[in-house]
Design a binder for this molecule. Structure first.
Ligand code: PRP
Length: 202
């Protein structure tokens, strides 16, 4: 049995579609249930940011999570496979018409990707104040909470509809299959078999 933590929402649905193709069975969470057992798998329906936590603690052998979340959490996990799902980027969002002003003595950024933003400014040896938010990030520069934001951009529509422009990209991200280190050694055959099957449907 392999336990797999999936991030609630579209990525979970798209991952389960891949399993359907690979194993010829339907995998659907019933109504509000957070666990689904089928065909030798136990799927867990968890919040995106919580996926590495479940895998890290061994409560799940495997997980599906965006590279940005992995980068943000810096967990010691094995990256098994790029599922090529949920392609998006972590980028700056600026008030329309404004540019990133690198001459300013200190830039204030609102983001839920604190570490990624911090690293970017460390590499540029620039002072930055980071304000941690948990959502609706696009609102922050509009009401003067920050100079600009660092956030996930997929189509760019959320920024556009909130009077922001997409600025420089910090990183590209897609959903990856990850493994707990102990599980990886203890269940190597099962894990490689799954990886081979999923790879055929990328
Ligand atoms: C992300 C991000 C933006 C939106 C961008 O939120 O924070 O709000 O998607 O997508 P777009 O460029 O296609 O408009 P997400 O849906 O991941 O929800 P979350 O804030 O709960 O993480």
């Amino acid at each position: 049995m392999l336990t797999i933590a999936l991030p609630k929402g579209r990525i979970a649905d798209e991952t389960l579609d891949r399993f359907e193709k690979a194993f010829g069975e339907k995998f659907i969470f019933e109504d509000r249930k957070l666990i689904m057992e089928k065909a030798g798998f136990k799927f867990l329906n968890v919040r995106n940011q919580d996926v590495p936590t479940y895998v890290m603690h061994g409560a799940a052998d495997l997980g599906v999570v965006g590279l940005d979340v992995l980068e943000e959490k810096e967990y010691d996990l094995i990256k098994l496979l790029d599922l090529k799902l949920g392609r998006c980027k972590v980028a700056f969002g600026l008030r329309a018409g404004e540019k990133l002003n690198f001459d300013k003595s200190k830039i204030t950024i609102a983001t839920k990707h604190e570490k990624i933003a911090k690293k970017y400014f460390e590499q540029k040896a620039m002072a930055v104040e980071i304000i941690k938010l948990y959502g609706s990030i696009e609102l922050a520069p509009l009401v003067g909470l920050c100079d600009c934001i660092v956030d996930i951009v997929e189509t760019g529509e959320t920024m556009k509809q909130n009077g922001l422009e997409v600025g420089p990209t910090i990183m590209e991200t897609t959903a990856h299959l990850i493994a707990n280190k102990n599980s990886f050694y203890a269940k190597k055959d099962l894990i490689f078999d799954l990886k081979d099957k999923l790879e055929k449907f990328l």
